[in-house]
Design a protein around this ligand. Sequence first.
Ligand code: RP5
Length: 168
Amino acid sequence: MKEKATKEILVSVVMGSDSDLSIMSEATKILEDFGIGHELIITSAHRAPARTAKFASEASGRGIKVIIAGAGAAAHLAGVIASHTPLPVIGVPIDATSLKGLDALLATVQMPGGIPVATMAIGKAGAKNAALFAVRVLALTDKQLAKTLDEYISQIARDVEAKQEKLT
Ligand code: RP5
């Protein structure tokens, strides 16, 4: 499905630390497959609050349409970013402590009313789905992307049938 990547950067994939990269690369793989221009940013709600606020408040003006934010531990990154931008923010909780991501899940999902974060599953599935969620948002205004997304969804269904055939 690899399509020619556009130069325009539409999605920011943000993570709290370079230790999150092995998880968040699941998101960038999907964005690459769909040919969506994206950037990879490391910033931290706690360790680099000013950098985080600057990134988030400038993102819309730079043409970014969707922000994906992955973080572990007391994962406030997605929520803090959402508080500085009107853009849709998708949170990915990461398993980075002895609480195995439950800490990050609760910190990401339990936003107070008024500042939404679309929270995905913990870990690799969450990172993958965050990118697919971003694709679904962008496909609302991009017919070609919507077609590619339909093909992707059909392929997933065919994969299930192929697994059944292999089994029987
Ligand atoms: C969070 O703390 C990061 O998102 C990461 O998941 C976790 C641990 O960070 P490092 O100590 O590995 O830099 O802020």
